[in-house]
Write a protein that binds this ligand. Sequence first.
Ligand SMILES: Cc1ncc(COP(=O)(O)O)c(C=O)c1O
Length: 390
Amino acid sequence: MEANHLMPVYNRYPVVLAQGTGAEVYDTQGRHYWDFLAGIGVNSLGYNHPAIQEALARSAPLIHTSNLFWTEEGIQLSNKMADITGGFLSLWVNSGTEANEAGIKLLRRYGKTVRKDAILSLSGGFHGRTMGSLSATFVPAYQDPFTPLVPEFFEVEAGNIGALRAAMEQYRPCGLMVESIQGEGGVVPLPPGYLSEAAQVAREFDCLLLVDEVQTGIGRTGQWFGFQHEDISPDIITVAKGLGAGVPIGAMLARDGVAQYFQPGDHGTTFGGNPLAARAGLAVLTWLEEEGLAHVRQMSQVLEGRLQHLAREYPDIVMGYRGRGLMWGIVVSAPAKDLVQMALDRGLILNAPKPNVIRLLPPLIVGEEGIAGFYDILSEVLEQWRHTAR
Ligand SMILES: Cc1ncc(COP(=O)(O)O)c(C=O)c1O
């Protein structure tokens, strides 16, 4: 039925998920899964978390009001975000690509004042599927079917400061867009120090720095934002995914002095930051502040220990692993999608953003039992692969 009525843009697994708690989810056949994908980094508090259930219940009387009115939830969320970011102003949206779209518009708005149009982004990066963020995503398979794209976007080699400086000289851009760890690109961290140097080069050229924290932000790496592992302060930050723990919400956050390039009427979105989404966002930020960030750091060590072990036990298949906090990529010599399928068959949800990379994005509430469950099933898969491949 679904195949007849839905546009065929996704290849879905033949599994119907029905209910879950924490990092565990069940399908309609009653089969149990450890969920190490968390709705692609969205279900930060896992399934059925009491704080989110309460936020949803308390939103019931209002849900939505429009941005023509103030709401207490919206005010509280914007205040909290300002505390976390050191005074950034928020613009609430509904998804990651929309957050970037808003960021691109703010870059261009700034660009108008300094007569610059160009926007740079890094090779291997991913910023979304709408026309602006797609224009900043230099993946031919995503871009080519949709040309012409938005003009004046240029690709720069990720991790290469010389290339960045040359592009700054050539294009004189108003903005540079980067992810602190390239998630869709295969969980590829930028080389240590690159982000600080890039921020400095951007400043030299009066180019604003937009850090896309849609996947890495909101506690995923053990800090509020992935860029905080380096000592930089961006002009614009975009977030979404884990912020609402499943309720669609994103934000384009800009520092004081940059946010004001937007004036009334310059941008808008009907749903952005409605009371339902704001309450969910508040619940997530409160959990992170009170216990979540510390928990992510602790679980990160446990998970990294397990990855070390897998790399030692299966050096013929596990070529390495990389990441931070609760965002990891395991580089494998076997086809990642086959291993992911084998894991699914055994009750573990993973995914493969690249043919040789398995990605782990467990819910941030994952505990030691979940990590042990992941480890046991993936070990079984690797063991099985070793035997059948030989
Ligand atoms: C870094 C980054 N930016 C933007 C997006 C787009 O977010 P959304 O799918 O919510 O539009 C993603 C999604 O994977 C992402 O990882």
